[in-house]
Design a protein around this ligand. Structure first.
Ligand code: MTE
Length: 320
């Protein structure tokens, strides 16, 4: 992807999206340099951003994730037109074409099960309480394509700590809206609607696990799961459930949509694992959108350092 340098764009040409890309690129570089100690935050003002903006940039760059800062972002156009969201059709272009019927506001998320603060939470209150931060994550689909996306959102951990799980809460179950008027794909029984996903409590509390509310500095487009979706970067994309209306803290491992549909192909954990093939295709390599040559898939999608200890002692061939 071409990311133009600030100097080459005239004022007239600058769109919010291009501005975003330029700033993002700068932030990545500034963050890396600052981390390496090559430049002090105070000298950043010379690089086109004003004083406090520059310091914020260093902080945000510095909080980036290992590896992902080095990779090119997948263009906004691809992130928002090549989607899986079966509630709007099974073709990759269907969600962008059909998701206009979804009304992401007003939106209520019911939180229930084993926690102290059960209730209906307005998504606006949630985003007010838990300010969005940016996370650049790789998303690796089970179908062996991948993207690098700058998400906006808040750690699921913050929300869970707020609702105070009890000692019986072992898993967190998420449910997508069920409304065939808004989601016409639900009129076809491709899956057993509504779409359901779940995480083990330690996975849900991992600081990488994000409740996404936006991408590329903008609100989440409908086709990407507005107004609230899960992003679990070390798992195959299907765990990242969209347009969530219910979160339940439960004792027993919940059934999940893809596991129910085809249990021999989709397990509960769905960790990205190049060593365990899908029964019908290899998971060793992936095609990054926009690239021709396939690249090797990384264990836990490149996040092994942060997440591998959660699976110590587990046979990952059995618990796929
Ligand atoms: N969530 C719901 N509700 N319905 C879906 O069909 N598809 C999943 C996941 N979340 C899906 C969903 C799959 S298979 C993938 S790969 C990712 O969303 C795709 O996310 P993206 O379209 O934002 O790239």
């Amino acid at each position: 992807m071409l990311i133009r340098k600030p100097g080459k764009i005239s004022e007239a040409e600058v769109t919010p999206y291009e501005l975003y890309l330029n700033r993002r690129k700068f932030i990545g570089q500034a963050g890396r340099l600052a981390l390496l100690g090559a430049i002090a935050p105070s000298s950043l003002a010379a690089c086109d951003l004003k004083g406090d903006e520059a310091e914020a940039a260093v902080l945000r760059g510095g909080s980036g994730l290992p590896g992902s800062q080095e990779e090119e972002l997948t263009p906004y156009e691809d992130v928002t037109t090549y989607n899986n969201f079966y509630e709007f059709g099974t073709g990759k272009a269907d969600p962008a074409r059909n998701a206009g019927t979804l009304k992401p506001r007003p939106w209520t998320v019911e939180i229930g099960g084993h926690c102290e603060r059960q209730g209906d939470y307005d998504v606006e209150d949630m985003t007010g309480r838990f300010p969005a931060e940016e996370r650049i994550y790789r998303l690796r689909c089970v179908e062996a394509w991948s993207m690098v996306i700058p998400w906006m959102g808040f750690p699921l951990k913050d929300l869970l700590e707020f609702v105070q799980p009890t000692s019986r809460a072992n898993y967190v179950e998420f449910t997508t809206l069920y409304d065939p008027e808004q989601m016409p794909g639900q009129r076809r029984r491709v899956l057993d609607w509504p779409y359901v996903e779940a995480l083990r409590m330690d996975e849900a509390m991992n600081s990488l696990t994000l409740m996404a509310t936006g991408l590329y500095g903008k609100e989440l487009p409908n086709q990407n799961g507005a107004p609230l979706r899960l992003v679990v970067p070390w798992k195959y994309g299907f765990k990242s459930i969209k347009s969530i209306v219910r979160i339940r803290l439960v004792e027993d491992m919940p059934s999940t949509s893809w596991n129910l549909a085809i249990p021999s192909e989709y397990g509960f954990f769905a960790n990205v694992n190049p060593e365990v093939d899908h029964p019908r295709w290899s998971q060793a390599r992936e095609r990054r959108l926009g690239e021709i040559r396939r690249r090797p898939t990384l264990m836990f999608n490149g996040y092994a350092e942060e997440v591998a200890p959660m699976y110590d002692g587990m046979d990952l061939r059995r618990w796929y």
